[in-house]
Every structure is written in C-alpha cells, then in structure tokens.
Write a protein that binds this ligand. Structure first.
Ligand code: MSP
Length: 689
C-alpha cells in the first residue's frame, strides 16, 4: 500500500489560530481524506512550534513560565481542529520530551557525516523575533521582509551550519526533482535565490533559554527553525529506538514500499522548507521530502490580517453563525476556502464573498438539485430509485460528462489543483440541472405514457448525485455524507475506492431513498451578516473579557514591539493581571491623546455593540467606531467631552473606518465601559500628558 505523509507547518502558539492557519489545515485534511479514498496509507501531521524568543517573551509578558504558556495555548489549536472536523490527525509539539532526542540526533548525525559542517562564530546583525528569522548582517536598521516590523539588533556567539556547502547539492536535487518545490513560480524563486549564493546560517541561540539544549554546550539552545523543522520527523516517531520507530521507517524511509512526503506550507516560510530543511536532512543522511507546496495567503478584504488592524478572521464564529441557520458551517467554510482562488495564489476573504459562494454553488446549484431529485423520487416513485429504461442520446451525454468529472477531479486533487477539481464536479452538477430543465420530469410525470422516460431521467439525476457525493467527500464531508444517506446508500461515500470503484451505473434501481431534507439551506445575506457580526463580537469579547470595549476599537492592549503580547486567547475569562512591564517616558510620549467633543453619534447597522462617533478635536472632526453602544445611547453622547487617542492606525470595523480610540475605564465583571471626561471646560484638541 502506497504511503502518503502529509504535514501542515507547526504553528506558533503565541496566539489563537485564525482562518489563515485553518486554511492550511483544512487543505491538508482534504488532501488526506482524498488520498485515503485512493487507498493510500496516510499519516497526517500538524502541531505547535513552542520554543524560541517569541514564545519566551510572550510567556514573560503573560507572567507565566514558557512551558505553562505553550501548554495552555496548544489546547486552542487542538480544540479548533476538533471543531473543524479535521480527521485522523497526528499532533506533534516541540516541547514534547522525545523531540529533544530527534533534534540532537539530527545534529550529531550531521556532525559525524560532514565534519566541519557545524562551527562556532559570531552573529552580529538584525533579527525579527516575530518571524524568528535573521534579517541582515551589520548594525544598519532593517525591517523584516515578511511582517515589516523593525528587526532587533542581535550580537551573540552562535553555532553555524555550513549551508554554503549545499548549494550544488540542492540545485542538483531541484533539477532532478521538479516536483520538489511547487507551484512552479515558487520553484523559480527558490532557484534564483540559491543560484545567487548561499550563506551559512546560525543554528543556535545564546541569549534565550527556552529551547532545546545544544549537546555539550548548555549555554546554547537550538535555533527555533532547526528545532521546528525536525518536528516533522518526531511526529512520526524518529526519536523511538536507534534508527527511528516503525512509523518513521514506514513513512519517511519507505522501508516497506514506496511513498510520498508532502509539506504543505504558506509562501512566507518557503525558504526554510525548500533550502534549510533539505540541507539539514542531506547533512544527516536522511531522505528528502517529495514536495514542498507553498500556498498563498488569505487577506481580509485585500488587506493583510493583523492584530493591530483588528481584522483577523477566526473560523469559530463563521461556523457557528452558519450552523445557526441550519447550514453545514464547516463544509461551507471549507468549500469557500478551497474554491475561491487558484490554489497557490493569495485569496481575499470576505464575509459577503463567503455567503455569496455558499448561496450560488452550494445552496442553488447543488442543494436545489438534491432536493428536487429526492422530492421527485418520493413523489413519483414512492421513494424508490427507478431503473433507467429508455435511453436517448442526451442520457449518454450525462454519463460521459460524469466520467470526465471523475477523471478531472481525481487528477486535480492528486496534483494540488483543488479549485479545478471542484470545478469538474460543478460542471457535472450544472449539466444535470440543465438536463432536468430540458427533460422536465415534472411534465413527464403528468403523462402515464412517459413513465419509462421519467424513470430514466430521475435515475440519471440520482446516479449523478451519487457520483457527486463521492467526489465531494474529501472537501465537504458532512454534506457528502448526508446526500449519500438521503440516496439510501449503505456505508459512507468515503468508503468508495477512487478511482477504481467509482463507476457510472452502479446505482441500484430499487434502492429505497432516505427522507429528503435540505442539505444546503439558502442563507439570507442580511440576516447571516448580522449573525456573523454578533458572533464575531461575542468571540472577541471572550478573548479579552476585561477589555472587551477596547477590542472593537483599537489594538489598545498591544505592547511595544520588544514584548509582543500573547493574544490572551484563553477560552475561560481570566482576570487581567497588572502588566509587569514598565515603559519609558519616550514611549508614553508617542501616544497622542487629545480632548475632543462628540458632535454626532449613531449605531453601526447590524452591530449591537458599536457606535460611530464624530469627534471634534480642534483641528478636524474625527470618525471613531467604539464598542460602547450597550453602555451609552447615541443621543446621550452628543456634546460630551471625551479623551481620544489620535495617532493610532485607522482600521475598519464592519466596513466603517475608525480613526482613533476614545478612552474609558472598564468597570465590573462585565467590563462595562465608562468614558473618561473632564470636570472643567477644556478646549477641543488640548493634549493630555
Ligand atoms: N512556526 C512556523 C512554522 C514552522 S514549520 C516547521 C510558523 N508558524 S506560524 O504560526 O507563523 O505560521 C504557520 C503557517 O500559517 C505558515 O504556513 C503561514 O504561512 C500560515 N499563515 C499565517 N497567516 C496566514 C494567512 N493569513 N493566510 C494563509 N496562511 C497563513 O511560521
């Protein structure tokens, strides 16, 4: 049986997972389910990347030990994957005890096989803590090319890995294995980079303690990326026994037959996976993965999701909102993420887009087809699948197209062309819809002489749906299962072996269908958006119980760059500890706070907690969106003097721009906002110091 080892990146548990992290995991879940249906022996691995400076600082800021901190946050990932129905998942975390063995073993193997490959040197340059990457040598200020944040100056003694020695071997591998880096345009990027010359990289850190100890030199810990990449091996038992456990032998060494190893990653971490990782493996004498596939990023309405912009999309409220209308929330989210953009390219997420896609493809095209077909089978054939009796040319057009859909979808899923795979299925769905319109079974039913034709038409529709359910099973497993059940079929659609067992014509006449129930009820756009608003807000409030009103204004809780805040994603509300951190007067002086006067206030439609305020700050009138609607009726605010922070980045809330933040105290267990105001008259624009 062919082996298929598939990994997501291991996520930093400094913040709760968002739709970007869910994207990779969902895509992998689809691929893993698909490969299982193809009869492959699949190991599907995800996990958390728990060491390094970023986590060390986040834990310090939270006032807990790094180990406690990551253990708590790890649960959020496990819980989300469960909620999203991610199937048969293995989970690795880099703080797990046997991971130390893996990392140290990899290094020792490299040292023995390639003497001189590791050497001690001095690193002096810029380092981005948020992305845990070395940015540039020397003292010149530099920004991280991924997150754009200013990189910190780092000067310490490190162990270096002689990456420069691998340039030729890597290029040779890329050349011999064009499938190693995908898509092609990413491969070209890597080729250009490697051809331009590789420099040695630092693989240890001295300033930090939170990491895997360097063998025989306790002052150092491993650089977090060396540690993180090796988790792909730990996750399949590399640390077991002298030469790795049986799963490692099976999935990585392919001891008992052929297999594929695929790392699915986001575009930002390609260099680590396509250059560093194969070099580390080559040095240790281990086989390289088959493919590193770098997908694009999800942007929120064309903008990069970021905590400071307050535009991070979380999956939970989406799933819950859709489910509150009886729609399969996980399937809808999965389908939208898979279908919206060519796989490998960036995509722009929008709630509108999600609802639109759901209504057009799932509710209209597929949902209606299912309910029409099943209702007619109930009405005209007493809930039994009739036989195909009187075949005409039009019918063979349907069966031919079904065969093509099977071929297209199976091949596209194998080659990571997920949207095209779905397109093939939708071509079949469109064809059947058209076939029903042309054949008008509802009219045939009125004429007893056309009974055979009616029987044939409905058998074709039902047989197409059976094929659709099987092909959709990896992508929308819940709905596929329901269609299958309603067709009265035994087992699950995922039991059908692809492609061998999926053949046109296998639907048995006489099958008793199940009770027709809507699989994809149509969503009312306004009502769904309002529900999404409500649940997104409630979700944010759960995150920051005491600062709830602020969380809908600006990133008020953000600490200076040097100490990134964990996003306090604990599920249960916890009292806010007073910040242990002191800031300099210069830092404080950066915050521009002014006296202002509310000149207009109104509710933001569809958002229970938000008010849009116009505030006169002397030099201009600022629009601010504040989460205070439950504490202040709009008309009570007009004329009130308030304090506004004027130099925050603008951000959009429910599509309304907010250009500042008004200050309030949070009071009581609910965190009720009480606005800051003045006892004496103060001119608009007066600065607070
Ligand atoms: N810990 C490293 C990975 C180590 S793998 C040996 C890391 N973690 S991360 O949490 O920052 O990112 C994990 C993955 O999430 C990356 O592949 C990244 O590209 C992906 N995404 C983060 N934000 C994303 C979007 N907005 N959209 C799509 N993917 C995104 O890097």
């Amino acid at each position: 049986m062919k082996k298929f080892f598939l990994t997501t990146p291991i996520y930093y548990p400094n913040a709760r997972p968002h739709v970007g992290s869910a994207y990779t995991t969902i895509v992998c879940d689809v691929l893993a389910r698909y490969r299982r249906m193809c009869g492959e022996d699949v190991a599907f691995l995800t996990g958390t990347d728990e060491h390094g400076e970023k986590l060390e600082r986040a834990a310090a800021a939270a006032g807990v030990s790094p180990r406690q901190f990551v253990a708590e946050k790890r649960k959020l990932f496990i819980a989300l994957w469960k909620k999203l129905g991610i199937d048969n998942l293995r989970f690795v975390y880099t703080d797990q005890p046997d991971h130390v063995t893996s990392v140290q073993r990899m290094l020792r193997l490299a040292q023995v096989r390639e003497p001189g490959i590791i050497y001690k040197g001095q690193y002096h340059g810029r380092y981005c803590i948020s992305d845990e990457r070395y940015i540039a040598d020397g003292t010149e200020p530099a920004n991280c090319d991924i997150c754009g944040r200013p990189a910190e100056l780092l000067s310490e003694e490190n162990y270096f890995f002689k990456l420069s020695a691998f340039q030729g071997r890597l290029l040779e591998h890329y050349d011999k294995h064009p499938e190693f880096i995908q898509p092609d345009f990413r491969r070209n990027e890597v080729l250009r980079f490697v051809k331009s010359g590789l420099r040695d990289i630092s693989v240890s850190r001295k300033r930090i303690k939170w990491g895997i100890p360097w063998p025989d030199d306790p002052e150092h810990v491993f650089y977090v990326w060396y540690d993180a990449l090796t988790s792909y091996l730990t996750g399949i038992g590399y640390a077991q026994g002298e030469n790795g456990g049986s799963d490692f032998q099976k999935y990585w060494l392919h001891a008992d037959g052929p297999g594929e190893m695929v790392h699915m990653i986001g575009k930002d971490i390609l260099r680590f996976h396509a250059i560093y990782w194969p070099a580390f493996l080559l040095a240790a004498g281990l086989p390289l993965p088959t493919t590193v596939f770098a997908h694009g990023w999800i942007y929120y309405e064309q903008d990069k999701m970021s905590k400071s912009k307050g535009n991070i999309v979380y999956p939970e409220p989406i799933v819950d909102a859709l489910e509150s209308f009886g729609a399969p929330g996980n399937d809808a989210l999965r389908y939208y993420l898979l279908r919206e953009a060519p796989f490998g390219q960036d995509m722009s997420f929008s709630y509108d887009g999600l609802i639109q896609r759901y209504n057009a493809d799932l509710a209209n095209d597929l949902g209606n087809l299912v309910s029409r077909t099943l209702t007619m089978l109930s009405q005209y054939f007493d809930g039994t699948v009739p036989p195909p009796l009187e075949l005409v040319e039009q019918d063979s057009a349907v069966s031919n197209l079904a065969a093509r859909a099977i071929e297209q979808s199976v091949s596209c899923f194998r080659h990571f062309s997920l949207p095209q795979g779905l397109e093939g299925i939708w071509t079949l769905i469109a064809k059947i819809n058209q076939y029903l319109v042309e054949n008008q079974p509802w009219a045939l039913a009125k004429d007893p002489g056309k009974r055979n034709r009616l029987s044939t038409v409905l058998w074709h529709a039902a047989e197409s749906l059976r094929i659709v359910a099987v092909l959709l099973s990896p992508s929308t497993p819940e709905a596929a299962g329901r269609i299958w059940q309603q067709l009265g079929l035994a087992g699950r659609p995922s039991d059908v072996l692809l492609p061998q067992q999926l053949k046109w014509g296998d639907l048995k006449p006489g099958t008793k269908i199940g009770k027709p129930e809507p699989v994809f009820p149509r969503l009312d756009k306004e009502a769904t958006l309002a529900k999404l608003d409500e649940l997104v807000e409630a979700d944010l409030e759960r995150d920051k119980p005491k600062e709830a009103w602020k969380s809908v204004q600006h990133e008020s809780g953000k600490r200076p760059e040097a100490s990134p805040t964990p996003e306090s994603p604990t599920a249960s509300p916890q009292p806010l500890a007073p910040s242990p951190e002191k800031i300099s007067i210069e830092d404080f002086a950066k915050v521009d706070m002014r006296a202002g006067q509310v000149v207009a206030a109104e509710r933001v439609p569809g958002a229970n907690k938000l008010l849009k305020l116009n505030i006169d700050i002397g030099t201009e009138v600022r629009q601010v969106v504040a989460g205070i609607a439950e504490a202040y009726p709009p008309d009570q605010l007009v004329g009130m003097k308030v304090v506004i922070v004027t130099n925050l980045q603008p951000r959009k809330l429910r599509g309304v721009e907010s250009n500042g933040m008004i200050m309030a105290a949070t009071v009581g267990p609910e965190g009720r906002p009480v606005l800051v105001t003045f006892k004496e008259d103060v001119p608009n624009g007066a600065r607070l110091k």
